[in-house]
Design a protein around this ligand. Structure first.
Ligand code: FAD
Length: 417
């Protein structure tokens, strides 16, 4: 069903009791042209673009839990394309352009809000890095503005810009077209769009192993039976290493927990996203009024999607140092997600040592904003067997060939990226 003012009015007559389900829940078939493992934003977007861009609809997405229940439903929803290095700049800018038309394309409101993303500079080294990055962005046709302290103070009046601030503010890099989107809605919008085009979305279906025949996978073993596929796409984020091991190869990915937390809701006080690489902290305000904040990884490997106190303490301390006026806010809830950390901070989308298995992983802290472009490029790669121009550099073999895309190394210290 197309969502519109007319369908809303029609359903109002029956007290909104007769809306059809947004997607079907079919039993898995024995065989598909393409099976995508992982029903997060990336797997769902890839299924959607396989059908929309390439006319390939004999597709299933296998999800061990519920759609969007992984990192897609756990992230802090920041969308931006302020990257320094060429492959990432073009890829994330394509993503941002897709975000700009996504609600209309999916006929589903993903609540994309271009409220701006501001990276704070606390030192001359930060300012120097941000001016270099901003110039690189502008040369790539991406919007970027370098702000000085007074500009930042005018834009974010609650931020402590005083000379005695714990983290003195010297300026910042602003991308006005950046912002936030509603994470669940992105998963649901892609799911609905894929389902409408014939894709089977199979939930509660965990992939538990593979039958190999030489350099191909013959069968996918799942908790809902065995499935065959001509091509298989792996989009399982923090579980990438684990599922790749089942298929018989290793990925250069480490799994780490990343946490986030929200405060109690308050009236609108912050109308942009503020991040600080030096403090390793970011904050925005959700449409419900909660402050959404996060910081660094837990820094030890884990598959536990839980939170613990040290990173929460760090995030809260950072919030109060930067915004002393929030010191009496109460925190409402915290959670964690398992991140697929690549060794150069850039993703992997492409072929694996197994002929009919392709991988989409290595999203580190930032794969939510990549969702549209990742789906677009992964669908192209699965459909044609070759990378799209935008993911041509994101190969798995780049680590062996010395062609890493070291986005982490683009700043005065390793984490300003
Ligand atoms: C706290 C936090 C904050 C973040 N903030 C941001 C942000 O502000 N901006 C940003 O751009 N990014 C952010 N990210 C990163 C972003 O959320 C992820 O990179 C992105 O959502 C990854 O999407 P995905 O579809 O690859 O993974 P997921 O959404 O994790 O989907 C993978 C799916 O695979 C399923 N799966 C795993 N193993 C199996 C199996 N064996 N069989 C079947 N299914 C399986 C999982 O259940 C899961 O649903 C954040 C992440 C976290 C945790």
């Amino acid at each position: 069903m197309k969502y519109s003012i007319f369908s809303l009015a029609r359903n109002a007559l029956t007290y909104h009791e007769n809306w059809t389900q947004a997607w079907r829940s079919p039993p898995p078939r024995r065989e598909y042209d393409v099976v995508i493992i992982g029903g997060g934003g990336h797997g769902l977007a890839a299924a959607y673009y396989l059908a929309r861009n390439h006319g390939i609809t004999n597709v299933a997405v296998l999800e061990k839990g519920y759609l969007g229940g992984g990192n897609t439903g756990r992230n802090t929803t920041i969308v931006r394309s302020n990257y320094y290095l060429e492959p990432n700049a073009h890829f994330y800018e394509h993503s941002l352009k897709l975000w700009e038309g996504l609600s209309a394309d999916l006929n589903y409101n993903v609540m994309f809000s271009q409220r701006g993303v501001l990276n704070l500079a606390h030192s001359y080294a930060d300012l120097d890095t941000y001016s270099r990055r901003g110039n690189a962005m502008r040369l790539n046709g991406i919007d970027a503005e370098l702000l000085l302290r007074d500009d930042v103070e005018r834009m974010v009046p609650l931020l402590d810009c005083s000379p005695n601030a714990r983290y003195p503010v010297m300026g910042g890099l602003l991308q006005r077209r950046g912002g936030t989107a509603r994470h669940d809605a992105v998963a649901w919008g892609y799911a609905r769009g894929a389902d409408m085009r014939g894709v089977d979305l199979i939930q509660q279906c965990e992939v538990t192993g593979f039958t190999r025949n030489g350099s191909r996978i013959d069968e996918i073993h799942t908790t809902r039976g065995t499935i065959r596929a001509k091509k298989i796409g792996l989009a399982v984020a923090g579980h990438s290493g684990h599922v790749a091991a089942m298929a018989g190869f290793r990925l250069p990915i480490e799994t780490h927990v990343l946490q986030a937390l929200v405060s109690e809701p308050v009236k609108p006080v912050l109308d942009t996203v503020v991040t600080s690489g030096a403090v390793h902290f970011y904050v925005s305000q959700s449409d419900k009024g909660e402050l959404v904040l996060g910081g660094d990884l837990d820094m030890y490997n884990s598959y536990g999607q839980r939170s613990n106190l040290p990173p929460v303490e760090h995030a809260v301390q950072s919030l109060i140092a930067l915004f002393p006026c929030f010191s009496r806010l109460r925190m409402l809830r915290t959670w964690g997600g398992v991140m697929d950390m690549s060794m150069d901070g850039s993703p992997i989308i492409g072929k694996t040592p197994i002929d009919n298995l392709y991988v989409d992983c290595g999203w580190c802290y930032g794969g939510f904003k990549a969702t549209p472009a990742s789906g677009w490029c992964f669908a192209h790669t699965l459909a044609t067997g070759e990378p799209h121009a935008l993911n041509a550099a994101f190969t798995l073999d780049r680590y062996g060939l010395g062609r890493t895309i070291d986005e982490k190394g683009g700043g005065p210290y390793p984490w300003v990226h």
